[in-house]
Design a protein around this ligand. Structure first.
Ligand code: SER
Length: 319
C-alpha cells in the first residue's frame, strides 16, 4: 500500500504524474493536491481523491498527510524560470518556504519527498558540454537560486534527520497534455502546437542555443523509478542529472519539418529567456543516474516528434 500526495497535480508534470501513479500502483491512494483556481477536472478529478494543498499552508498540508496517511509526497509546486524573474518573491515563497513546510511535515511523519531540481540549477560558470553531476552551480535566475537551495535543503533533511529525499534535475519537458507556464524551454512545446495548427511560430530563443530536453513519459518514469530505487545504491540524492536529448531551435524545427514541411518560423528573441537559456548547460552527463538507479531514457527527438504530432492532432481535432 502506498499513499501518495502530488502537490501541483494540475500542472504540467503533476497532471500526468498523478494519472500514471494511479494507473501503475493500483493498490495506492494518490491524492491530487491543488490550489484554488487550478482545480482538477475530468479524469484527474474522477479517478481519485483531491484536496487543496497549498505549500504555503503548513497546517493544511499536515492535515492532508494525517487524513490520508501519506507516505510519499511529489512536490511539484513551482513558478518556472521566466515567471520567477517577474515574481521573484512569490517564487521564493512557493519554492523555499513551501519546501520547508513539506520537509518539516516529512520529518515529523516519516514521509519520503521528491522535489524536482532542473537544468536551471546551473549557471554561466558551469561547464556547458557534458555537464558533470557534481560541478559549479551558480545560477543567476531566481528560479535557479531556488533550485540549488532545494537541492541543498533536501540533502540537509536527509543527512540531519534521515528524511528520504530524492530528486532529479529535469531538462526542459515536452508534452501534449498540459502546457508549461512561463519557462525558458517552453518554445520546444509551443512549436508543436503551431506546426499542427498550421500557424507561424515565433521563437523567443536564438538559433544555436542548445538545451537539454526530454519527452514527458521519460521524465515521469525517472521520478517514479528514483523513488522506488534501492537506497543502498544511492551515492547522490539531490539531485541527479538525467538526460535524453539536446538540441537548438533549428534542429527541432528541422525534425518537425520532416513530418510537417509547411512549418513556418520567425525569431523574436526574448532577452530574459535568452539570457537564462545561454547560462544553462548544452548537454548534461547523466552517468551517475545510470549507475546508481539504472536510469535510461526511451524517447529520442524522432520518436518524440512522431508521438507529439499524433497526439496533438487527436487532442486538437486536426487531421
Ligand atoms: N522548463 C523549466 C523552465 O524553462 C526548466 O526546468 O523554466
Amino acid at each position: 500500500m502506498k499513499n501518495i500526495l502530488v502537490v501541483g497535480s494540475t500542472g504540467q508534470i503533476g497532471s500526468e504524474l498523478t494519472m500514471k501513479l494511479r494507473r501503475e500502483i493500483p493498490q495506492s491512494t494518490v491524492v491530487a493536491g491543488y490550489i484554488p483556481g487550478a482545480e482538477p477536472k475530468g479524469e484527474l478529478l474522477e479517478s481519485g481523491p483531491s484536496a487543496i494543498a497549498d505549500v504555503r499552508d503548513a497546517a493544511g498540508l499536515a492535515e492532508i498527510v494525517t487524513r490520508y496517511k501519506i507516505d510519499t509526497i511529489y512536490n511539484l509546486a513551482a513558478l518556472l524560470s521566466a515567471v520567477a524573474e517577474r515574481k521573484p518573491l512569490l517564487a521564493w515563497d512557493i519554492q523555499m518556504n513551501g519546501l520547508l513546510n513539506i520537509l518539516e511535515i516529512a520529518r515529523e511523519k516519516g514521509v519520503a519527498v521528491f522535489t524536482p531540481s532542473s537544468i536551471g540549477s546551473f549557471g554561466p560558470e558551469t561547464p556547458h558540454v557534458g555537464t558533470p553531476q557534481d560541478t559549479i552551480q551558480r545560477p543567476r535566475s531566481m528560479y535557479g537560486v531556488t533550485k540549488v537551495a532545494t537541492e541543498l535543503l533536501s540533502d540537509y533533511y536527509f543527512h540531519k534527520y534521515g528524511v528520504d529525499t530524492r530528486s532529479v534535475r529535469f531538462p526542459g519537458l515536452i508534452s501534449y497534455t498540459t502546457l508549461p507556464g512561463g519557462g525558458t524551454t517552453d518554445y520546444a512545446v509551443e512549436v508543436y502546437y503551431s506546426a499542427v495548427k498550421g500557424e507561424e511560430f515565433t521563437c523567443p530563443i536564438a538559433p544555436g542555443t542548445y538545451m537539454d530536453m526530454m519527452y514527458m513519459p521519460d521524465a515521469l518514469h525517472a521520478a517514479m523509478m528514483l523513488m522506488e530505487a534501492d537506497p543502498s545504491r544511492l551515492k547522490h540524492r539531490n539531485s541527479f542529472n538525467i538526460a535524453s536529448m539536446s538540441f537548438e531551435p533549428e534542429q527541432i524545427f528541422a525534425k518537425i519539418r520532416e513530418y510537417i514541411p509547411s512549418l513556418q518560423v520567425r525569431y523574436e528573441v526574448d532577452p530574459v529567456r535568452q539570457a537564462i537559456a545561454t547560462s544553462w548547460p548544452d548537454s548534461m552527463d547523466d552517468s551517475c543516474a545510470r549507475e546508481e538507479w539504472d536510469w535510461k531514457p526511451t524517447f529520442d527527438m524522432d520518436s518524440m516528434t512522431v508521438d507529439m504530432i499524433k497526439n496533438l492532432r487527436l487532442k486538437l481535432g486536426i487531421q
